[in-house]
Design a binder for this molecule. Structure first.
Ligand SMILES: [Zn+2]
Ligand SMILES: [Zn+2]
Length: 311
């Protein structure tokens, strides 16, 4: 039997499969919602959350009785690796225009009929655009219903899952215990911190937003809001506040509007009720200057980097 520590090591390793902290966090938030909708708890024999990938290549799958209800998987498509989130929907999903017509949905996979199941089986849809999926679940009644009905149908199908022995309580904890999740994510994302001249790995969400201790989730949720970012860029322009670099000028069309946004306020001063001020707390910086700001922890000030910059 592997110890809890071994399992945490494994979990930390597995999480690196996903592209960013923000992404992983959103995934486990989604899992948390599934747990809430279905009312399944860690001891329920119908629930299986496994840590090990299986032969199908899906990662972090959640199974209810016989079927996956959510999982993620990478797929190579014309030289590009795409990350898909698979999610269960009722068969009626095919009548929902947004889903039917979305270019970001992978191949429509329908589950096979289970023994004794006489209705049209549900779909396991693959979303190549996770943000769009989350947006739809928030805004489309139809999509939300098709999803939650499919979840509840699986819950009602049997009394226990044949895969229950693969259930890993640690995964359940990742979903429901946000402090534990933040701890794990701190471990994953401080190990790969800049410092060797690496860029903060994210364009939209520089990771310092997540480095505060237990309060980080609240700050995250706020920082993920692209409005603050946009307001900042609208105010300052997509121009590095330190060195003046403008991507559009050097790279033409593809660089238009591209810039990192750096958060100035030291995390120690951030409390749960903190509301970011897009003009005083955020500023646009190019990825080079951004990386230099983060060469120290806590980050250098804008003026410190400006003073170092050789003209
Ligand atoms: Zn710069
Ligand atoms: Zn930054």
């Amino acid at each position: 039997m592997p110890s809890d520590n071994d399992k945490i090591e494994l979990l930390v390793k597995r999480i690196k499969y996903a592209p960013s902290r923000e992404w992983v966090n959103s995934y486990f938030e989604l899992v948390k919602r599934i747990i809430k909708i279905t009312g399944l708890d860690n001891d329920d024999p119908r629930l299986v959350m496994s840590l090990s990938p299986n032969s199908t290549g899906w990662r972090f799958p959640v199974t209810i009785n016989n079927r996956y209800v959510v999982a993620l998987r990478k797929k190579k498509e014309n030289e590009q690796t795409k990350l898909y989130v698979g999610l269960i929907f009722t068969a009626s999903a095919r009548e929902i225009p947004q889903l039917r017509d979305s270019p970001d949905l992978g191949k429509w996979g329908q589950f096979r009929n289970l023994r004794g199941e006489d209705s049209d089986p549900p779909y396991f849809l693959r979303f190549g655009n996770f943000h769009e999926l989350l947006y739809w679940l928030e805004t489309s009644e139809q999509i939300y219903q098709s999803w939650s009905e499919a979840l509840l149908a699986e819950v009602g199908r049997a009394k226990s899952s044949p895969y229950r022995k693969s259930h890993e309580p640690l995964m359940y904890k990742m979903a429901v215990d946000v402090n534990f999740r933040a701890e794990i994510l701190d471990r994953v994302y401080t190990e790969s911190k800049p410092g060797l001249g690496l860029l903060p790995e994210q364009i939209d969400e520089p990771q310092e937003f997540y480095e505060g201790a237990s309060k980080s989730i609240t700050v995250n949720a706020y920082e993920r809001n692209p409005q603050a970012r946009n307001a900042c860029i609208e105010h300052y322009g997509a121009k590095c506040i330190i060195c003046g670099f403008v991507f559009h000028e050097k790279y033409g069309e593809i660089g238009k509007g591209f810039i990192h946004v750096h958060h100035i306020k030291p995390l120690g001063e951030i409390c749960a009720e903190y509301q970011v001020d897009p003009i005083n707390d955020l500023c646009p910086v190019c990825p080079n200057c951004h990386a230099m700001l983060h060469m120290r922890k806590p980050p250098y000030s804008l003026n410190e980097i400006r003073a170092m910059l050789k003209r």
